[in-house]
Structures are given as structure tokens and as C-alpha cells.
Design a protein around this ligand. Structure first.
Ligand SMILES: [Zn+2]
Ligand SMILES: [Zn+2]
Length: 275
């Protein structure tokens, strides 16, 4: 098989995995929140409107373009592996289970840091209008916006993968775990619905984890809330939106009130407490 055919096979394989991951996670969230469970979940909607079809089509189009870039990135990494340049290891027994777990956390923490700082850079006034503005065209994103980036931004986002495989040993299963965690969080951040419980953003431990409201506010205001998985860098750098907690609790309070207004017979809370 000549080199070009080999590279083509790698690209198609990678694109298949990337597309499957995106369609399954974004599609499931969309089906559940926007179609099948729309009337039930409406009370958890962060912004009180539903985006137009045109917006979702744009989000899907650019997400697929990003997936092609991620697949190309995978071709580069796999080819580098073939020539012995990466630290990818295929035999699970080459490293301990403890190391395997460490490598998953190392990828997640490194990616969180990489994302925060490159995201700050993408908001630089000279770079934003040319590159990152495209992602912000969705002021109220849907799950389909998970990878809706300008191609240059997709290249930047993909960068963490080669950096890490050149730095530390990693097994494909660890990459898969990281990949699933990643797509889940990307889809959650863009879902447009807040499903975490009241008090989450002020809990001693839970406040360090990001929420859907956090990233939804980033799309709405674009001048705060730059983090990805964790609310670590935004807290350290004081870039959380001043009304983040307040907005989160407002969404939660509204979902509670809407539930009270539901057509079922309402039992006053006092009566339940006394029972
Ligand atoms: Zn976003
Ligand atoms: Zn941004």
C-alpha cells in the first residue's frame, strides 16, 4: 500500500471516530433537551428562548469542519508514532494501572490549562474578530456548537493532543477516556440547559467544577468565564463573571417556580413538610 493510501485510511478512520463521538453525544443531548423532552426540560433552559434552525445548521457545519481538522491532527500523530516519535504505548502492561489513571488526569488537567490560556489569547482584540468571533455567533449555543470553530481555532484546539503524546507515555484507552470526558463536557457546556442542582456553584468542592451556565454566560457576554472543565483558572485569574453565582441560582429558582406552575395538583410545601 502506498503512503498516500495509508494516510487516507488513517484520515477516514479518525474522522469516523470523531464524527461518531460528536453525533452520539450532541445528538443525544439535542434529542433529549430540544425534541423529546422539550416541554419537561424547558424549565431548565438558561436563556428563555430557543435558537433558530439556521443557527444549528451553522453550528453543525463548522463542527464537521473542525472534526476534519481533528482527524488530520490524528493522522500526524499516528504517522509520528509509526516513525517512533511519540510516547504512545500499545501494550497495557508496559505501564502500571496507577500510571494509566495518572495519564488520564494529566491529559484532562493539561487540556484545561491549555484551553484557558489559548482561549484568553483568542479573545485578544486583534485575533477575536478574525478567528474566535465565529464561535461566538451563537449567543445562546445548542449542543451542536460543541466544535463550531473557525478552522484556525480548530488547529489551536487540536494542538494539545500532539503536545501531550510527545511529552508523556499514553495508552489509546486513556485517550479514549479523555476523549469521552471531553465531548461530554463540551456538549454540556453548550447545551443551553442547567441540570446541576442549586448551590452547585457555591459548594466547597463542586464550585471548582464548571457548569453549563458558566459557558452559556461566556457566549452571551464574551468578556468572562473562559474555562473549560474546571472553574480553577477563572477563579485564580478572577475572570469569572461577577454575576455567575447569581445567574446560576436564578436559573435554578426559575426551574423550581415553573415546576410549581405545572398543571398537576399542587400540594403546598408546608403540607409536605408537616406530613
Ligand atoms: Zn463555546
Ligand atoms: Zn470565547
Amino acid at each position: 500500500m502506498d503512503l498516500l493510501t495509508k494516510l487516507g485510511h488513517k484520515f477516514i478512520g479518525n474522522l469516523g471516530v470523531e464524527a461518531f463521538r460528536y453525533i452520539v453525544f450532541a445528538g443525544a443531548a439535542f434529542l433529549l433537551l430540544y425534541v423529546l423532552g422539550r416541554s419537561f426540560f424547558a424549565r431548565f433552559k438558561i436563556q428563555q428562548k430557543f435558537p433558530e434552525r439556521k443557527q444549528m445548521l451553522r453550528e453543525i457545519k463548522y463542527s464537521f469542519l473542525s472534526l476534519c481538522i481533528f482527524a488530520l491532527n490524528g493522522v500526524v500523530v499516528l504517522t509520528a508514532y509509526d516513525y517512533g516519535y511519540t510516547h504512545l504505548y500499545m501494550k497495557f502492561s508496559d505501564h502500571s494501572v496507577g500510571y494509566f489513571i495518572f495519564s488520564v488526569f494529566a491529559f484532562i488537567i493539561a487540556h484545561d490549562t491549555y484551553f484557558y490560556w489559548t482561549h484568553r489569547l483568542l479573545h485578544h482584540k486583534k485575533i477575536y474578530p478574525v478567528v474566535h468571533k465565529l464561535h461566538h455567533l451563537s449567543h445562546d449555543p445548542t449542543p451542536w456548537a460543541a466544535y463550531a470553530f473557525h478552522p484556525l481555532e480548530a488547529v489551536v484546539q487540536a494542538g494539545i493532543f500532539p503536545i501531550m503524546v510527545f511529552l508523556i507515555p499514553v495508552h489509546p484507552l486513556a485517550l479514549l477516556t479523555w476523549g469521552l470526558f471531553q465531548v461530554f463536557l463540551y456538549v454540556m457546556g453548550h447545551s443551553g440547559f442547567e441540570l446541576f442542582p442549586a448551590g452547585f456553584t457555591s459548594g466547597k468542592i463542586s464550585k471548582w467544577h464548571n457548569t453549563s451556565t458558566h459557558h452559556n454566560m461566556h457566549h452571551k457576554y464574551a468578556n468572562s468565564n473562559y474555562g473549560l472543565y474546571f472553574n480553577f483558572w477563572d477563579r485564580i485569574m478572577d475572570t469569572n463573571h461577577a454575576k455567575y453565582n447569581q445567574q446560576f441560582e436564578e436559573v435554578k429558582a426559575r426551574s423550581k417556580n415553573l415546576r410549581t406552575l405545572a398543571p398537576e395538583p399542587i400540594i403546598p410545601e408546608k403540607t409536605i413538610a408537616q406530613a
